[in-house]
Design a protein around this ligand. Structure first.
Ligand code: GP9
Ligand code: MN
Length: 620
């Protein structure tokens, strides 16, 4: 029989787990380290947390201790691993609302496979080692005396307190301002972050119960004092009674437009479309964890999405004043066309609240192996089959078509590629250009079909990129593609630009340079359709009015104004990208206030207490 060792297993397991988490935080998750204090916190945290979880073992009977240690080491590792997989896709950490979106998680399918890497097995080395050691451990060496147990517990909590105190010094108000999950994880680690997130979750649930009508009056006052564009728009009423066809262009970012690969344009059709459309070159997506669903939420409501989770899931039963609902009073039929599972992003529930009349899901399409790529029905087949559905809608209609092929991991069968892959260090970016090109061709074919079928003339077509496709994980490759040395935080904000085309048949093209965002689409479309919103609460302004709000806020609290870009606590000159000492502060406060107002509306379901009013614009 092998010699049993005198080993305090909980301590060995803590140290191993601490080392592993440290390596993961420091070298795998790309947490930006700005100073020595941050480095120190990052070093203390993994060990403090590991000790906290493993030391509970000492309170169990000796034979239970070993079981507990084995189990907790596996569970904690799995939590780390799920976060890692999620991070690889979204450069973000899991939140509770997201975990409950199991319908989405299970649909991720092909994406998940692309995220699992062979070396990930290394993550489980300490789990196996702890298991092995646990077989050879000497029970009697585990701490048995009450004093020893209390001392160990005290030490674990003390270490954690030191960690939190250092974190508060490094980043005051860390826990009250939760825009940025990276800061949280950097300072308190993944596990404490999850505990904190759970507390937030229950807090937001109680918020609705305690909300009353008073706060919405304050918000209304704030909105009334902002720039208001009603009736002064260049394009007010130009599309009265016309159809609106929205195209949500999956993961399309502005940085690929106008670019070439081996002498071939990546987006030849869209590049041409700029010549006879209003094209917004400084248009930003403002989405958070809810990705496509967030972009939909923003354009229909002109509210911000939430900082955690997808509002399509968390607050699908709220009262809203969304565009489809408003337009139903002007004789419009509204529809969403998207060849995916109807419950993805909880769309089938949320669309009811937004006032949509019809939702064509994958069940309404002919989907087979020949016409599927990656996530499902390919965009060409999707558009092709969608034209007939549009024709059947009673006019005028407001329809949103959501594309899918240009989705991570950007799969494109060799024979369908009409452009070379890139040759950078990132497989993802290399493939991205091929699926972007495919989408470009699909949209071109859609325009042709719309013209053939006669739908084109009576419609306004709005194309927007829903959110980024290439995350920070591919910065080196992105820099290479753009011919830059590195991607700075300033560049990162600028990379959040997505294309916006407002195509009005018969109108000349114009490149618009004003800073704009998804939040502006609701007021813009309503004004083009000749609807005057007398009483509404929207955070965006009409894109064609002169009197525009001075900034576009991203969901993480970064913002872009005419002169500045603000992100991660630093203010930059918008033109040059140079760091500037001041200029951002006044806007920063407004941005925080707006994001908080928007959150209160959603969490408190405050539109229950508001009387909306709109009417037809008076004729000139
Ligand atoms: C799913 C599609 C993609 O239906 O909208 O969602 P995303 O992952 O981009 O949010
Ligand atoms: Mn999307």
């Amino acid at each position: 029989m092998p010699q049993k060792r005198n080993l305090p297993l909980y301590l060995v397991a803590s140290v191993l787990f601490g080392i592993k988490s440290y390596i993961l935080y420091r070298f795998v998750f790309k947490l930006s380290m700005e100073n020595g204090l941050q480095e120190l916190i990052l070093l203390i945290n993994p060990f403090a947390t590991a000790l906290l979880f493993f030391m509970f073992a000492v309170w169990f009977k000796p034979e239970k201790q070993v079981k507990y240690i084995r189990r907790i080491s596996l569970v904690l590792t799995l939590i780390l691993y799920f976060n890692l997989l999620f991070y690889r896709n979204f450069t973000d950490f899991l939140t509770f609302p997201l975990l409950f979106q199991s319908s989405n998680m299970s649909d991720l399918g092909s994406s998940i496979m692309g995220l699992i890497h062979g070396p990930d097995l290394l993550l489980f080395v300490d789990v196996v080692l702890v298991y092995y050691l646990s077989k050879r451990v000497n029970w009697s060496a585990q701490p048995m005396f009450r004093q020893t147990r209390t001392a160990i517990t005290g030490l674990a909590f003390a270490l954690l307190m030191v960690n939190v105190a250092l974190a508060e010094t490094e980043r005051p108000m860390l826990f009250t301002r939760t825009f940025d999950r990276e800061y949280l994880v950097k300072n308190i680690g993944v596990f404490n972050y999850h505990i904190y997130d759970a507390v937030l979750q229950s807090k937001s649930k109680t918020q609705r119960v305690f909300a009353d009508g008073s706060e919405i009056q304050e918000i209304d006052q704030y909105i009334d004092n902002q720039a208001s564009a009603d009736g002064e728009s260049e394009l007010a009423g130009v599309a009265k009674d016309k159809n609106v066809i929205y195209i949500s262009a999956e993961s399309l970012q502005t940085f690929v437009l106008g670019k070439e690969v081996n002498g071939k344009e990546i987006t030849p059709f869209l590049n041409d479309l700029m010549k006879d459309s209003y094209y917004f070159e400084n248009f930003y997506h403002q989405t958070g964890q809810g990705k496509t669903s967030d972009s939909e939420f923003i354009i229909e409501n002109s509210l911000y999405p939430l900082s955690r989770g997808s509002v399509f899931f968390t607050n699908a039963q709220n009262e809203y004043n969304a565009v489809p609902e408003i337009l139903s009073e002007y004789g419009y039929t509204s529809a969403v066309l998207h060849a995916n599972n109807g419950s993805f992003w909880n769309r089938n529930v949320m669309y009811e609240s937004l006032g949509y009349d019809e939702f064509f899901t994958e069940d309404a399409y002919t989907v087979n192996e020949e016409n599927s790529i990656g996530w499902g029905l390919d965009d060409k087949a999707f558009f092709d089959q969608s034209v007939d559905k549009l024709k059947q809608l009673e006019e005028p209609y407001y329809a949103k078509l959501i594309t899918l092929t240009n989705h991570f991991p950007f799969e494109m069968p060799e024979e369908q590629k009409s452009i070379d892959e890139l040759q950078t260090g990132s497989e993802t970016l290399n493939n991205y250009v091929t699926t972007v090109r495919y989408m470009d061709e699909a949209i071109q074919q859609f325009f042709e079909k719309l013209k053939e079928s006669g739908e084109y003339e009576d419609s306004v077509i709005v194309i927007y990129g829903d959110h980024y496709g290439i995350s920070e994980n591919h910065d080196t490759a992105t820099a290479e593609f753009l011919g830059k040395e590195t991607i700075t935080p300033y560049d990162h904000v600028q990379l959040q630009r997505v294309p916006l085309f407002v195509h009005v048949p018969g109108h000349d093209g114009e490149v618009k340079s004003e800073v704009s965002g998804q939040i502006d689409l609701k007021p813009t479309v309503l004004s083009m359709l000749g609807v005057q919103n007398n009483e509404d609460i929207t955070f965006g302004t009409d894109l064609f009015s002169e009197d525009r709000k001075e900034f576009i806020a991203l969901r993480n609290g970064s913002f872009v104004s005419k002169d500045h870009v603000y992100t991660g606590g630093t203010c930059y000159d918008r033109e040059t990208g140079e760091v500037v000492a001041e200029g951002c502060q006044p806007i920063k406060e407004k941005v925080e206030q707006e994001l908080n107002y928007s959150d209160s509306i959603i969490y408190g379901d405050l539109f229950r207490f508001f009387q909306f009013e709109h009417e037809e614009m008076p004729k000139e």
